[in-house]
Write a protein that binds this ligand. Structure first.
Ligand SMILES: Nc1ncnc2c1ncn2[C@@H]1O[C@H](COP(=O)(O)OP(=O)(O)OP(=O)(O)O)[C@@H](O)[C@H]1O
Ligand SMILES: [Mg+2]
Length: 294
């Protein structure tokens, strides 16, 4: 199988090409979101992709969308054959890796829920003892479980890095009711997913949700609970104080640390062996999630 790293459909409008996904306009109310096989690390996209990775990510996201009853979501159609023309004529781009969705008015915040302290949360905690204004107990170690899951919103920076903010800042921008609702739903979703994933031997360290308005209703959009939007840790290997073995592309990051690439210039292709190994990681996660969500 060849990696799908670019998509092109004559006579249509590609609105956006992210690091991983391409977004097409269908009409004023609908989009098609394609998960390609592109792979990124340290904010760079590699010249070669991981064959089938996009299919796996799309499948995982769709499984969650189907099982989440806490909030409605943007999915309209998951079978490319039912996409309007000309999209349905391009299985090479859309089969198993694309969804047609309701176009929402995106709420421009990343809604992050964390049950463990790692990444930017760990950095903030070390500096201030807080994450997003939330005071945390003293003496937490890297990757410690938090006493309870916390909501840690971030700005959605158009370019560059997202910045953690307090819920108060979010309330100022969106109003108290909406900010509180997003916090509650994010934490409910985190609880739901954490309890499921642990049955598959996966610790959900943290995860990011995006929401949008469809008419007056707030719905869940984008991707959900994938290894791209979440940190999945192998429960069997978890130990606070050490950087947990991640089930997804931590593997690629670790490999890159052994190379001479400076992370400030276009990266060289990933070697076949790393591509293969990473593909196996994604496959494994999918199988585990299929097992718990059917
Ligand atoms: N239902 C929806 N309505 C409107 N916009 C959406 C919807 N679902 C997802 N999006 C937006 O579509 C884009 C999906 O692309 P993608 O995830 O690749 O971009 P990104 O997250 O901005 O960048 P990257 O993932 O490369 O860091 C995002 O900007 C996301 O917010
Ligand atoms: Mg994204």
């Amino acid at each position: 199988m060849e990696a799908v790293t670019t998509t092109k459909v004559p006579g249509t409008r590609k609105l956006f090409s992210g690091k991983v996904r391409d977004v097409y306009k269908v009409d004023d109310e609908h989009l098609i979101i394609v998960s390609t096989d592109r792979v990124s690390a340290f904010d760079w996209v590699f010249p070669n992709g991981i064959p089938g990775k996009g299919i796996i990510l799309n499948t995982i996201s769709n499984l969650w969308f189907k099982n989440i009853k806490i909030i409605n979501n943007h999915i309209v159609e998951t079978n490319y054959k039912n996409f309007p023309k000309p999209f349905c004529d391009y299985p090479e781009f859309f089969q198993d890796r694309a969804v047609m969705v309701k176009k929402a008015k995106r709420i421009d915040f990343e809604c992050v829920a964390r049950g463990y302290i790692i990444g930017s949360g760990w950095k903030d905690y070390q500096k201030t003892g807080k994450v997003c204004g939330i005071e945390l107990p003293k003496g937490l170690q890297l990757a410690s479980e938090l006493p309870y899951p916390i909501f840690t919103p971030a700005t959605k920076a158009a370019s560059g890095h997202d910045e953690n903010i307090t819920i108060e800042e979010m309330k100022k921008a969106l109003g108290t009711d909406i900010a509180e609702k997003l916090a509650q739903v994010s934490l409910d979703l985190y609880d739901f997913a954490r309890d499921k994933l642990i049955k598959a031997g996966i610790i959900l360290a943290d995860t990011k949700f995006e929401f949008g308005f469809s008419e007056k209703e707030i719905i869940l959009i984008d991707e959900v609970l994938t290894p791209d939007s979440s940190r999945f840790w192998d429960a069997a290997l978890y130990k606070p104080g050490i950087s947990p073995v991640s089930l997804d592309k931590q593997f690629i990051r670790d490999y890159l640390e052994t190379t001479t690439w400076d992370k400030n210039s276009p990266p060289p292709p990933l070697p076949d062996e790393i591509i293969q190994k990473t593909k196996e990681k994604y496959e494994d996660i999918l199988q585990r999630i299929k097992h718990i969500l059917g």
